[in-house]
Design a protein around this ligand. Structure first.
Ligand code: GDD
Length: 414
């Protein structure tokens, strides 16, 4: 893969945000050196990408998506990546989770590869998370809260039991397997190029096709992303005294991080999760508030943003859904400890002007969960592998109920 070389890097304390880099070639061929650092591009060889893929977990959050679409998504994930599907699909009247498990099992059998699947509302998973110390994740019914951020947190915790070093997220509703494939390749290329163990990669898709008056129109940005990016850039600009447009991926559902970084991040609930990752990095490593992590402060965090080539073509869940996502992003921004009063006031003005908030009322805060690295992962392992009945560890050639079907290792007690 060949990527544009980024020229500008914006800093927020120890967080280095690279400007958006386009994918120049999906496949840039073989050459002697692993990376071509000359000229205006960065080339990453297939062998280097594959080496990262062997260390990469792809977490697929899934809620009531169609079987055919899920199968297409799986087919786009490079062979050496380990798939973890975290589902919140309906179990009644039809058990859609069981259908998903069958889809993953059949796919793994055909492709001779491994996967883990788990249901977010499994009582055994709730017990495991509770045992690990993540009590905030449990709702009043005693089960794990619904929400995309919550599913991502579960994926991150389970990925931490696999011994792999990187984690990428891919939505289950993507209609284009080639786009999924490109996102995963971009994750791997960026991790290969990263110069810090604390690395994040965020995708900005090139275009989203929509039908308008009987014609396909390729729009450049989503409505939520425009707004979130604008306010995140305003937060950065207010601190450094210069306006910036560096953040192009505030809402990026497709993003990845090294587990060394991911385990330190506090994730937010629902759709506040992606913008809050930026805010949490600013809060923890931005140098504005006290940081408790000298290692990250010294080595810094590298954030790469990649503009991919494939159109992002996915299930359209309607205007209300977009509105919800937008509100959750702005709520998280408003309440962040690094959000300055001027930005807060602009967010309020915007929400009132849009009729989304009554004058004089504050937006509700989103839930923020403690970092996965603070959980007792040994206890999570013990309880999830014995009590979570929806957990399937699919290993090619090994019967599902065999003790040999195991992809999750018990980490040492902290
Ligand atoms: N396990 C689980 N639990 N999965 C969920 C849940 C949940 O509570 N809610 C949604 N998902 C899954 C969906 O099935 C889909 O695969 C993925 O998470 C994204 O959810 P969508 O509801 O389809 O979101 P979207 O496509 O409108 O928005 C996406 O793009 C935004 C940026 O444009 C998401 O990735 C957003 O997070 C992102 O900000």
């Amino acid at each position: 893969m060949r990527l544009e070389r980024p020229h500008r890097i914006e800093r927020f304390g120890a967080v280095r945000i690279h400007e958006l880099q386009r994918v120049i070639e999906l496949d840039s061929g073989e050459a002697d050196a692993g990376v071509d650092r000359t000229g205006s591009s960065l080339r990453v060889e297939p062998a280097a990408i594959r080496a990262v893929e062997r260390d990469l977990v792809i977490v697929v959050p899934c809620m009531n998506e169609t079987r055919r679409v899920i199968e297409g998504v799986l087919s786009g994930i490079p062979h050496d990546c380990l798939i973890i599907m975290v589902s919140n699909s309906a179990r009644r009247p039809v058990d859609r989770y069981e259908i998903e498990v069958q889809t993953v099992e059949q796919y793994c059998q055909l492709a001779d590869r491994s996967a883990v699947t788990l249901h977010q509302r499994d009582a055994g998973l709730a017990a495991a998370m509770k045992a690990a110390g993540a009590t905030d994740l449990i709702d009043e019914t005693g089960l794990l809260r619904a929400g995309k951020g919550e599913a991502m947190l579960v994926g991150l915790a389970i990925a931490s039991l696999t011994g792999r070093r990187y984690l990428g997220y891919i939505d289950a509703d993507n209609f284009v397997p080639g786009a999924v494939h490109e996102y995963c390749k971009a994750y791997a290329a960026a991790f290969h190029l990263a110069d810090s163990p604390y690395a994040m990669v965020r995708i900005s898709w090139h275009s989203k096709p929509k039908l308008r008056d009987g014609r396909l129109f390729f729009s450049r940005r989503g409505r939520t992303s425009e707004l979130t990016n604008q306010f995140l850039n305003q937060v950065i600009g207010e601190y450094c005294g210069f306006g910036t447009e560096v953040v192009a991926t505030g809402n990026a559902g497709e993003h990845a991080f090294s587990l060394a970084l991911g385990r330190k991040l506090r994730l937010a609930s629902g759709f506040a999760v992606e913008p809050f990752e930026y805010l949490d990095m600013f809060e923890q490593f931005g140098g504005v508030l006290e940081s408790s992590d000298p290692d990250v402060m010294e080595r810094s965090v590298s954030v790469t943003q990649i503009e991919t080539r494939n159109p992002h073509f996915h299930d359209n869940k309607g205007d209300e859904h977009v509105q919800d996502m937008r509100m959750q992003a702005l709520n998280a921004l408003y309440h962040s400890r690094v959000c300055l009063p001027s930005v807060r006031s602009d967010i309020l003005d915007f929400l009132v002007a849009q009729g989304e908030l009554a004058p004089g009322v504050e937006p509700p805060p989103e839930r923020i969960y403690p970092p996965v690295g603070t959980l007792a992962l040994d206890r999570l392992h013990d309880v999830v592998t014995t009590e979570a009945h929806s957990l399937r560890q699919i290993v090619p050639g090994v019967p599902a109920d065999s003790a040999a079907a195991t992809l999750l290792d018990r980490p040492p007690a902290a």
